[in-house]
Design a protein around this ligand. Structure first.
Ligand SMILES: [Fe+2]
Ligand SMILES: [Zn+2]
Length: 335
């Protein structure tokens, strides 16, 4: 029997470390490599002491080396010590979903449906960016209450990804099955039609988190692309100002054209993960958005989007890793 084991790519430990002050992603193996690769470019950005950045890069590498163990501990802590405010939210129910979304999903599941037919039911923001209502307002309200309740609980929390300091990893909180059902039953029929060239028909894992933007913490998000084939971004509240998203070209293309998008409560935006995008600063209030990075092992096993190489597969003990898969003979069935 062949087992599918989820993996990360070995580049996780060295590539794409984000330096917020200079809005740069860098590779860090050691001091010599870093200074030889980036000294010039950092000087051009008026960073006259590039070596002063090394401690924070070393710290980030150290955090990444322990990230998986930390995440497992964190999940166990939540299971043992956290009492949810709204326990029923943890299992996806159709009543959480907007009726217009259910209609789109029904249309997407028609055997003879085409991408053109489906896009008529969505808002088309061009550049293959689409939006549609996902959750009801009532669900968003309760979900934000649950997240706030968790934020206030006296537990240590992991950060959502390398660029967002503030927010919640939904796997740690216990929403893995919720997101899997949302992806499998509702989103995959849509992505299969809209993004067949980006694994939209073979999505088999995800990483989901809620990002929070607030004055005095993260207020914006630098221009970047996601470690995902397809991304869903849903606005969970509306009591803030500004904070629009903007989209540029795919990372393999060059263009200075930008398209803007203003969030609406409960509405989700679907885009290709490797399309450049960023978020403008919010001017007041707090913004919470649910982000689901959807992944296809069929696509990413060929090329890791973070190092542009055939991935160096490192199996994980629990969860989906970064969505890569290693096939292994199950030792129990050998002999
Ligand atoms: Fe993103
Ligand atoms: Zn890689």
């Amino acid at each position: 029997m062949v087992l599918r084991r989820f993996c990360i790519c070995g580049c996780y430990y060295t590539h794409n470390l984000f330096i917020k002050e200079y809005e740069m992603h860098v590779k860090f193996v050691d001091r010599e490599q870093f200074l030889s690769d980036y000294k010039k470019i950092l000087l051009s950005k008026s960073c006259y002491k590039p070596e002063s950045l090394i401690p924070q890069l070393e710290e980030e590498c150290e955090r990444r080396r322990h990230a998986e163990a930390h995440s497992i501990r964190q999940r166990n802590c939540v299971l043992e010590q956290y009492t949810p405010r709204h326990p029923h939210l943890y299992t996806l129910q159709e009543s959480f979903l907007d009726s217009q979304f259910l209609e789109v999903v029904r249309a997407a599941k028609q055997p003879d449906q085409t991408s053109e037919g489906l896009t008529c039911l969505l808002q088309d923001h061009r550049q293959r960016v689409f939006s549609f209502p996902v959750f009801t307002k009532e669900f968003c309200k309760m979900f934000v209450e649950e997240l706030t309740h968790y934020e206030e609980a006296p537990l240590q929390k992991g950060r959502p990804n390398t660029m967002n300091q503030y927010g919640i990893k939904l796997d740690e909180l216990g929403f893995t099955d919720f997101v899997s059902s949302l992806q499998k039953e509702y989103l995959s029929p849509i992505t299969r039609l809209l993004f067949p060239d980006w694994g939209g028909g073979s999505l088999d894992s995800h990483k989901a988190f809620v990002v929070t933007y607030k004055e005095g913490e993260d207020v914006d998000l630098s221009y970047h692309y996601d470690n995902a084939e397809v991304t869903l971004n849903v606005a969970l509240n509306e009591d803030y100002s500004n904070g629009e998203l903007y989209f540029g070209p795919m990372r393999s293309e060059q263009s200075s054209h930008r398209t803007g998008y203003a969030h609406q409560l409960g509405r989700g935006l679907l885009h290709r993960g490797q399309q450049f995008h960023g978020a403008l600063p919010i001017m007041s209030g707090i913004r919470h958005n649910l982000i689901i990075w959807m992944r296809s092992s069929e696509v990413r096993n060929k090329l890791c989007p973070m190092c542009d190489q055939t991935p160096k597969l490192v199996p994980v003990k629990e969860g989906f890793g970064d969505g890569f898969i290693q096939l292994e003979e199950d030792a129990c069935f050998l002999s």
